[in-house]
Design a protein around this ligand. Sequence first.
Ligand SMILES: C[S@@+](CC[C@H](N)C(=O)[O-])C[C@H]1O[C@@H](n2cnc3c(N)ncnc32)[C@H](O)[C@@H]1O
Length: 205
Amino acid sequence: MEKNWSELSKDFDERQKYVAGEEVVNLITDKIQTLKYLGEVLELGCGNGFYTQFLIKSASHITATDISKDMVTVALEKLADYKNIKVEIKDAYKTEYESCSFDTIFMANLIHVVEHPDIMLQEAKRILKPQGRLIISTFTTYGMDEEEVEKMIERYLKAFGQPPKSGKSYTLDSLKELLGSCGFKIQEAELIGDKTKSIFIISAK
Ligand SMILES: C[S@@+](CC[C@H](N)C(=O)[O-])C[C@H]1O[C@@H](n2cnc3c(N)ncnc32)[C@H](O)[C@@H]1O
């Protein structure tokens, strides 16, 4: 069974900051704000809309989606003042959007929790326009000191309880390989953070 994220919806971003640390989260939001010309964006697994607020600075419009009704409810409240953000419930495996609809698809911390990342990536490829970009940010233990990993696991258990059974930690190479096997071409791949880490990858259809 997949983890129930709904009960964590209200303060999900605060819990995530506590687990991963403010430093890496700030580096991710800085990185997002360097992105340009995102055009028509679809965000998958948007959670309570934390990263959406930074993405919108370079997007013409964002459709922010999540499978959890409670996450979507909190995201709707958080993003209510933005006229060019729509928030919807969608399953990233089967979004039901028309093929070739979006210039950019963004997903933060979704690929490391889903059971079938390949199915989700195939769906992302279907709904991206030709040459559309897929941008993935995902926390990882790759490149972290063992002691820091142990401390982070303790914080995770306190904040989120047991991790999803399908949870995994990608390396830069394993994520690049997965994207390649689903037909994406890597444009940029970076490991962000000092004590705690996140992979940030930009790829194209
Ligand atoms: C670890 S949280 C990340 C939330 C947000 N992107 C962030 O980084 O703050 C994972 C999110 O993915 C959502 N999710 C899990 N499976 C999904 C699926 N199949 N389709 C869409 N969203 C999904 C969960 O409801 C949850 O909000």
